[in-house]
Design a protein around this ligand. Structure first.
Ligand code: ADE
Length: 259
């Protein structure tokens, strides 16, 4: 998969994704990161890419022209690689607190794209006309305001990348984990068997696979109930899961009686 990031701080993106799992996937050729400096497309002699907003108000706005030229350069490069202009519209994500809040489902869907363009704003935003012209998706990473779109772009790249086949060596681990089917992950333990007087749950040392599976499912349900009860509302529960939740509820009521 190819990520193209339109930004005023390409080195920030490059440094952020060139390490760890994404770095390895780039070296293996599974991912590519093309960080394009919007300033390279400044169209005036001062190399400036921002100006005052019409109508007054605080701060500066990124101008339409350099953003558009940077986008066109990327699009041309993609069309050239594919040897013809693409019928499928190029996906261009503008990172903004005004966007739809990013989640795992969006990541799964975007991981299907061969090319994804991420547009990072700075200052007080970008001239609306170029956004109308090129942006297909407005995405926020949460209800707070950052100084620019680079960190959100890196959050998206990281989340999407690990869903690209081969990026995680162990494909199973992308499948069975938090948010998959609205269930949080069960607790995990490694050596030593006793830490600060706390022993690893005995069932995990038993080698009894059916019991271990049941214990893990139960603890996933317990954790989801405690930390993200909203997720459970969206899960279609099996008979086994209903029974486990009933057990958990009984344990909770016994515990509260004991207090
Ligand atoms: N730019 C500034 N804040 C942001 C946010 N929360 N999500 C995405 N882009 C942003």
């Amino acid at each position: 998969m190819n990520f193209h990031v339109l930004t005023l701080f390409p080195e920030m993106i490059e440094q952020g994704v060139n390490t760890s799992i994404t770095g390895r996937a780039i070296n293996n050729g599974l991912l590519s990161i093309n960080a394009v400096n919007i300033r390279d497309y400044a169209f005036n002699k001062h190399n400036s890419v921002d100006d005052y907003p019409y109508g007054g108000g605080a701060g500066m706005l990124m101008q339409a022209e350099p953003v558009y030229l940077a986008y066109e350069a990327v699009k041309e490069q993609i069309d050239k690689r594919k040897q013809e202009p693409q019928k499928h519209p190029l996906r261009v994500v503008y990172l903004s607190p005004q966007g739809d809040v990013f989640n795992q489902k969006m990541a799964e869907e975007m991981a299907q794209e061969e090319d994804l363009v991420l547009l990072c704003g700075h200052y007080e935003g970008i001239d609306e006309r170029v956004l109308e012209e090129i942006v297909t998706d407005y995405v926020s990473i949460g209800d707070y305001v950052l100084t620019g779109g680079e960190l959100p772009a890196m959050v998206m790249i990281d989340t999407i990348s690990r869903l690209v086949p081969g990026v995680l060596h162990n494909d199973v681990s992308a499948e069975f984990e938090s948010f998959q089917d609205n269930l949080l992950e069960y607790p995990q333990y490694t050596k030593p068997a006793v830490f600060e007087g706390k022993a690893v749950p005995e069932v995990l040392l038993s080698g009894h696979h059916a019991n271990i599976r049941r214990w893990r499912l139960k603890e996933s349900l317990r954790k989801t109930k405690q930390r993200r009860p909203d997720l459970l509302q969206h899960r279609v529960l099996s008979k086994e899961e209903e029974a486990l939740l009933e057990e958990i509820a009984q344990e909770e009521s016994t515990q509260s009686e004991e207090l």
